[in-house]
Design a binder for this molecule. Structure first.
Ligand code: LMR
Length: 400
């Protein structure tokens, strides 16, 4: 018996598969607006200057490549917690949080999923409609049945907050609700102000467990403002988890640098959770890869590099906002009737453009422009070199 002979090939990944197709495309004008990777105006994904400096320092001072502990370096965990909660947070002083250094945000989500499945095998996992293409896959692989709650209203181009709350009212105790802390992927629309308070109240009253995906800290407004929701969950004194990714805000994509933070009402419960998540990690990847975490930590530990990092995150944020405006204005200037002005208000890397899957397919076939199905555009992939080509192509597709 040949093992693979009768087996059908799997479909390409909805996001990373586009990059594979893009690389093979011979069109000299091709543009990859699929995967969420920051590009500067030259179309390259830079290594942040603060990281470069930290890496040089590391190379000079590192004395060993010995294993990290199962949760990773304690210094990294402490730095992650400062980013999540603020240095003076009660969560930190009362030791209510445990942080694991994980291989990227995906590793954090899967580790958390495996942990929760162990102790709550009948729980369902709730995701927003829509959500990041990989969320359902990760939690299905961890054994969860997936349910959806309303999130994006295509009519208002905003959060369907009433619909979301109504659904969350009915989530049974013990179920897990996955939420995006800021810069919702793929829609770019977030909860605002006291909307988060209402969600926190519901989580507390109903007893479901929030799992917060935090991949874009700093891409919305600032490092501090973007964590506002986390501070509210922390203040509620309930169980929740946070998956952090430093792919985007530190540019550490291929270093797979993320973290899973488990918050409980007390230091005692957190210690128990930590003991169990260590077992999950040990049988998955044993202990984390060190380099990305050490580099990020070296930046966070150094006042000068930290300031440089804040500046570099702000530069990325501003460039994306500028490209949002260029896209909206470029389409309007080409006589496109549809109003795309809402794209200027969206936050983070993505624009949920409203382009149909037919238009997305047409742009790929005819123009070599790659956009995720559902119409998500990586705005950070637009540059002054390709913006006219992209606007011309979208206008041609919509006016055809
Ligand atoms: C994205 O949404 O494009 C990024 O988070 C990259 C990925 O792994 O999908």
């Amino acid at each position: 018996m040949n093992m693979w002979k009768e087996i059908e090939a799997a479909p390409a990944d909805a996001i990373l598969g586009l990059t594979e197709a893009f690389k093979k495309d011979a069109n000299p004008n091709k543009v990859n607006l699929g995967v969420g990777v920051f590009k500067d105006d030259n179309g390259t994904t830079p290594i942040l200057n603060c990281i470069k400096t930290a890496e040089v320092k590391l190379a000079e001072t590192e004395t060993t490549k010995g294993y990290l502990p199962i949760p990773g370096s304690p210094a990294y965990a402490a730095n992650v917690q400062k980013l999540l909660f603020g240095a003076d947070s009660e969560v930190i002083s009362s030791k209510r949080a445990a942080t694991m250094h994980t291989p990227g945000g995906t590793g954090a989500l899967r580790t958390g999923g495996d942990l929760l499945k162990k102790f709550n095998p009948d729980a369902k996992l709730w995701v927003s409609t829509p959500t990041w293409a990989n969320h359902k896959g990760i939690f299905t692989a961890a054994g969860f049945a997936i349910n959806d709650y309303p999130y994006y209203n295509p009519e208002t181009k905003d959060v369907d907050f009433e619909g979301m709350l109504a659904a969350l009212e009915n989530v049974p105790a013990g179920d897990i609700v996955l939420m995006h802390v800021c810069c919702h992927n793929p829609t770019g629309v977030d909860l605002i102000g006291d909307q988060w308070d209402k969600v926190v109240e519901l989580a507390k009253a109903k007893g479901w467990t929030p799992f917060l995906d935090f991949a874009y800290q700093g891409f919305g407004d600032s490092i501090e403002e973007d964590r506002a929701a986390i501070e509210k969950f922390a203040a509620a004194g309930i169980d929740f988890l946070v998956a952090s990714s430093f792919s985007k805000n530190f540019g550490l994509y291929n270093e797979r640098t993320g973290a899973l933070t488990i918050v409980t009402p007390s230091a005692e419960e957190t210690a128990v959770a930590l003991s169990h998540v260590k077992l999950v990690v040990r049988v998955n990847y044993s202990n984390p890869p060190a380099h990305g975490g050490l580099a990020a930590s070296a930046v966070l530990d150094d006042a000068v590099l930290y300031e440089q990092w804040i500046g570099e995150v702000a530069e990325m944020r501003v460039r994306i906002k500028e490209m949002r405006a260029a896209l909206v204005d470029g389409l309007a200037a080409r006589g496109v009737k549809q109003d795309f002005s809402f794209i200027k208000e969206q936050r983070g890397m993505f624009s949920f453009s409203g382009l149909s899957n037919d238009i997305v397919a047409w742009l790929k076939e005819n123009k070599g422009i790659y956009i995720v199905n559902g119409g998500r555009i990586n705005v950070a992939g637009l540059t002054s070199g390709n913006i006219d080509y992209v606007c011309d192509a979208i206008a041609e597709a919509l006016n055809a």
